[in-house]
Design a binder for this molecule. Structure first.
Ligand code: URA
Length: 247
């Protein structure tokens, strides 16, 4: 049987962004930490870090945040950047403020451009992050693309060929699938994540992307009910959908 990990309470809460160990000791002294309906005063004691802890512990009257290894599904709005450092609006600003201080840190799983919207994952699970972004896992990323000019009819074959070389690159792109929706709209599925890849693919055909929205990762679709800026945690079953190849 797998051993249940244990942690000192102050260390655990500090790693979850609730403050320094001193601040956590202060919260506890004021009766702000409740476990199983009892005030927890000694923050140096160790507790079992079981998945149900957020249902059994409150901090200052609120349920404990999700434990490490969470996967967040966000409907990224246009105008926010997937960076920890950039000036301006960051996707991390949408999440609770203390989550910025969590260890392990929460990072975006790959990046969407500032002007791209749609399905974005964020996680503190480094292994999962690498599995999703690794081109070797062939996770399909599907984008709805709106174009400035009508498609010329050659794009599907070119993208599927595995021979398209983008400007200033030395390796051709892996084959990608194009589904035409209208003369100026298409769904494009790629398995890589090169810099501005979709915009550059259409630029290589003499076109210009005017709207870009990610709809799917593998078989995980952005839910209709999730408005721009809204987010929720993914379940294990939903995470598994990312790695479905759809075959
Ligand atoms: N390709 C792009 O060009 N931009 C994105 O944000 C994602 C894929």
């Amino acid at each position: 049987m797998a051993r249940v990990p244990t942690s000192r309470i102050d260390k655990l809460l500090s790693s979850m962004g609730y403050g320094s160990r001193k601040e956590i000791a202060r919260i506890a002294k004021a009766g702000g930490i409740i476990l199983d309906a009892a005030s927890l005063l000694d923050v140096t004691q160790r507790i079992a870090v079981t998945p149900d802890l957020p249902t059994r512990m409150t901090i200052c009257g609120e349920a404990l945040d999700p434990l490490a290894h969470m996967v967040i599904l966000l409907n990224k709005p246009i105008g926010m950047t997937c960076s920890h450092k950039n000036d301006g609006a960051l996707v991390y600003d949408i999440l609770p403020k203390r989550w910025r201080s969590r260890t392990p840190a929460i990072s975006t799983v790959g990046r969407l451009d500032k002007q791209t919207s749609g399905l974005l994952l964020l996680t503190d699970d480094g292994d999962l992050l690498h599995q999703v972004i690794s081109p070797k896992r062939f996770v399909k990323k599907t984008y709805r693309v709106n174009l400035a000019r009508p498609l010329n009819g050659t794009e599907g074959d070119l993208f599927a060929s595995g021979g398209l070389m983008l400007d200033s690159e030395t390796k051709p792109l892996a084959p990608a699938e194009l589904e035409v929706v209208s003369t100026t709209e298409a769904l494009l599925s790629i398995t890589e994540g090169r810099y501005h890849q979709v915009r550059r693919m259409f630029a290589a055909t003499g076109n210009h992307v005017v709207g870009l929205h990610r709809e799917r990762l593998g078989d995980l679709a952005l839910p209709d009910g999730l408005a721009p800026r809204e987010w929720r945690l993914l379940t294990g079953e939903e995470i598994a959908l990312i790695f479905n190849r759809g075959d």
